[in-house]
Write a protein that binds this ligand. Sequence first.
Ligand code: NAD
Length: 427
Amino acid sequence: MSQLQALKRCIEENKAAINEALAQDLRRPAFEAEAGETALTINEINCALKNLQTWMKDEGVEKNLATSLDTAYIRKDPFGVVLIIGPWNYPISLVLIPLVGAIAAGNCCIVKPSEISTSAEKLLSDLLPSYLDPECFAVVCGGPQETTQLLENKFDYIFFTGSFNVGKIIMTAAAKQLTPVTLELSGKNPCFIDDGFDPKTAANRVIWSHFFNDGQTCVSPDYVLCTKEMRELLLPAMRETLVEFYGKDPQQSPDLARIINDRHFQRIKALLGSGTVAIGGDYDEKDRYIAPTILVDVKESDPVMQEEIFGPILPIMTVKGVDEAIAYINRHEKPLTIYAFSPDSKVMDTILARTSSGGFCGNDGMMQMTLTSLPFGGIGQSGMGKYHGRFTFDTFSNHRGVLLRGPGMEHLNAVRYPPYTEENLRI
Ligand code: NAD
């Protein structure tokens, strides 16, 4: 509890420095820095402080006839020393939220932030050792080379957030020591917008959740699926929303973050070649700026539909209706999240029943992330293992099955001891 309180103090006392680091790394607006990093982390710490006494309690379990006089329970033990490896897109919260659960469950921990978000990495390595017990918690900085070296050590648990390809490297390294892992990975999150849903409401919610952090969010709606008729209503609504949110010249808006680095700028710029630009499309390499862009007439085989976009481009694919949308989703890897907008609850039920994903949010984007009560994580290529709230505590706990038998009543045990004679078995 004292370490959790120290972590909370660390964030509260350094909010301005955190916002500044995120502004340097991603030109992240202060509101998005707070909503996406500090507020979410504080929320998780408060949840753990409030519930830890309950979560860590031994849990009594059902017993059988032979153990009816004994005590049987599940004890929540820490794993030991755990490793948390984070990405650059939410460089603070995506290491600190797992850390909350690792601390709550009683582990020692090494935190390895992303080397790409350099200001956040430096800030974490300066701050954490001065707030947390240095005998139990350490920050190790560096990129692939340093992480490879780190992974040569034996950890009791590894919690990784990042790309699918590096996830495989981490799991391979963990397998050498049979270390359990959680992998929070990536993918393309579909967003189906049904006919009949108010286009302006859909535009507001989808534009907000897609362009938050300039599209560099693992749960961002990656592409829209809708009918041609809905697309014709959505485009003017999206155009209007973009002007309302970011003004006539979004490059001048203080509310639009920037692409993390030149490599990602080039990667995302190349995706502009898919389909037709309906809105946006201009860019400024020196500013790592690509205007919020909506692409139409994209094909399933286009590059923009092959990889996670992770940037300010949103393609719209047209389908004939919900059945075709479901078929499209099911032809591809299971995503981290599916979004669906529909005024009809039967459509929601149909999508839920006929698809699979780590999470689901109906009629909005990203708001599921505000609930510590929902498990968060992927399935298939979007990852394995869940966290947030109690699920983080459980992830970092060894659920140890304990049976405590009484020392007496030995005569009752005769039935299970050799020699297994008929006479003995009848007792
Ligand atoms: P990344 O996989 O490139 O890097 C993640 C971490 O792995 C970094 O700390 C990095 O130093 C380390 N790393 C990189 N290469 C390595 C190697 N060869 N060996 C060992 N370690 C290595 O991911 P990223 O670019 O930082 O983050 C973006 C990706 O993360 C996106 O695909 C995004 O969808 C995903 N992501 C997922 C979630 C989630 O919760 N599921 C959240 C945020 C980001």
